[in-house]
Design a protein around this ligand. Structure first.
Ligand code: ZN
Length: 196
């Protein structure tokens, strides 16, 4: 059990696991995708709370550590280590990673497309780009930070994905690209996040 503290002053206990076997408990993947994972309602004021707790997910082809957003800089500066094959930081990245799996995409290619979108955007902005699904053979990305409080949407033809897929082995010969796509933290956010 873990204690959750609400802004209203109430605190309550929830049964929050620190390890999930995604083969035995696949419902948790559905909950990650629909946003109900690690989402709780305060019994006193009714507010929805989304606290982030450290978590290991394992199963068929899954060996993933979820690191709470609050620990992002600790991980990026090497003060926090992982023993998992791959890490994601923050709930948005956790959801994105399972969404990529749902569409049977390769996360290396998705991150390369995000890198391309990031380079096209204004360097001075603190931009976050998230894969968010597919609509009639167009790959959808949500872009945060272009304008205060607004979300941009980029819809790219799937042919861009297929072209990168066809040239992936060549691209990986570039040490910079190989480093960018290396594990455990394979994310364009390593570039767009300023480490403090
Ligand atoms: Zn409350």
């Amino acid at each position: 059990m873990k204690t959750i503290n609400c802004f209203c002053g109430a605190s309550f206990e929830e049964d929050i696991k620190d390890k999930i076997d995604t083969d035995k408990d696949p419902i948790q993947i559905s909950r990650i995708l629909d946003g109900s994972f690690m989402s709780f309602t305060c019994p006193k004021c009714g507010k929805t709370l989304r606290p982030e707790f450290p978590l290991i997910l394992y199963g068929n082809n899954i060996d993933l550590e979820f690191i709470p957003e609050i620990d992002r800089n600790r991980f990026l500066t090497g003060r926090k280590k992982t023993t998992s094959m791959q890490v994601v930081i923050g709930m948005g990245e956790l959801k994105e990673k399972f969404l990529i799996r749902k569409y049977n995409y390769d996360d290396r290619i998705i991150e390369l497309i995000k890198l391309y979108l990031l380079k096209k955007a204004d360097n001075d902005l603190d931009i976050t780009i998230m894969f968010s699904g597919k609509e009639s053979s167009r790959i959808i990305f949500h872009i945060y930070g272009l304008k205060e409080g607004e979300m941009g949407i980029s819809k790219l033809p799937e042919s861009i994905y297929n072209n990168i897929e066809n040239n992936l082995e060549d691209k990986l010969k570039d040490p910079g690209i190989a480093e960018f796509l290396s594990l455990p933290y394979r994310s364009v956010n390593t570039i767009s996040t300023e480490v403090l």
